[in-house]
Design a binder for this molecule. Structure first.
Ligand code: TRP
Length: 335
């Protein structure tokens, strides 16, 4: 707990393009959280290399993501937005916690099973111990809450188990983190299969709106969105999952309510509705994209943020790391 505030930690990978789902479901709702929480958002580049990356590309994407967070409204003075690789405590704690994690636990991780079948030629041990690095990320900052999607829940459970195990042996060293259950945003579904979540790794590029898509692309993708044959703009997730998803997106982009939207398009065709949704999303994303472009040009400013926030992150992370090192019996540093 810092300044009487609880701590929130989240990590994001710079691989893959963020989608409208990531924005409406997460990022958009995070900009107000710094009033209530001390927030840390790490660009987890150490996690990214568990899968082979092009170095120049990784560096570029990591910077673009960090900048996007600021462009989307996270104030870098109030939120610690930093690169994981700039804080060596992540690697150090990760080693220690590896020694408190059982192979049986890691064997059960479904993401490891998925990723190893996708990258069968590179099942490296980093991929296997990835959840321990993730646990270290969270525990280093004594995070109370972690906003995670369903796919990361298993890793968060493991984090809690490792922390509990460590605390049982050494006393209260780690805060036991919980999933963030505050106001969560809309759950945005695929435009091509509205029963599936919109995903940055979808093979069909028409299924997802990327935050980098230009207005024409956005409008074209909405035109092609899968709907139904009844030509009625009505919210009904069971019968009309496609239209309901578009209504959710339109709600999220405009702040309008469901009934208001149904009235607005009463008697109009899907063509008009899809165009309106596309335009609302283009209007939502354009200012963020413009700000990101401007920020990326302002090297000195972004570099300053990177440096200051890495210092801040190092300060908090090292505090926990020193405590852990002492607990496990490493000799004291001579100063
Ligand atoms: N594993 C997460 C993902 O792939 C990213 C991540 C790394 C993370 N460390 C974290 C998320 C800590 C939350 C907290 O999406």
């Amino acid at each position: 707990m810092l300044d009487g505030k609880k701590t929130l930690f989240s990590g994001m990978q710079a691989t893959g393009n963020l989608t409208l789902g990531n924005y409406c479901g997460a990022l958009k709702n995070w900009v107000t959280l710094n009033d209530e929480y001390e927030c840390f958002y790490s660009v987890v580049d150490m996690h990214s290399i568990t899968v082979r990356q092009n170095p120049a590309e990784l560096r570029k994407r990591a910077r673009a993501l960090l900048t996007l967070y600021i462009a989307a409204g996270l104030d870098p003075e109030k939120n610690c937005i930093y690169y994981q690789s700039h804080v060596s405590a992540h690697a150090e704690l990760s080693w220690i916690l590896n020694c408190y994690t059982y192979m049986g636990e890691l064997n059960r991780m479904t993401q490891f099973k998925d990723k190893s079948s996708k990258h069968a030629d590179n099942i490296n041990s980093g991929l296997y111990t990835y959840p321990v690095l993730m646990a270290s990320d969270i525990l280093l900052y004594q995070a109370d809450v972690v906003p995670v999607g369903a796919d990361q829940m298993q890793h968060l459970e493991l984090t809690r188990d490792i922390a509990q195990r460590f605390n049982n042996i050494y006393g209260d060293v780690f805060t036991i983190p919980e999933a963030y259950v505050g106001k969560t945003g809309a759950r945005i579904m695929s435009l091509q299969d509205p029963t599936k979540k919109m995903s940055k790794s979808d093979e069909n590029i028409n299924a997802s709106i990327y935050l980098t898509d230009d207005p024409d692309t956005i409008i074209r993708k909405f035109k092609r969105a899968v709907t139904d044959s009844s030509a009625e703009v009505r919210y009904d997730k069971e019968e009309k999952p496609g239209i309901s998803n578009l209504i959710d997106i339109y709600r999220s982009a405009t702040g309008k309510g469901i009934e208001e939207i149904e009235r607005e398009f009463d008697g109009k065709g899907y063509g008009d509705f899809k165009l309106a949704v596309g335009e609302s999303v283009a209007d939502l994303l354009k200012p963020i994209q413009d700000r990101q472009v401007d920020l990326l040009k302002d090297k000195a400013y972004i570099d300053g943020i990177i440096k200051a926030n890495a210092e801040k992150a190092n300060y908090f992370a090292n505090k926990t790391l020193r405590k852990v090192q002492k607990k496990v019996g490493f000799p004291e540093r001579i100063r």
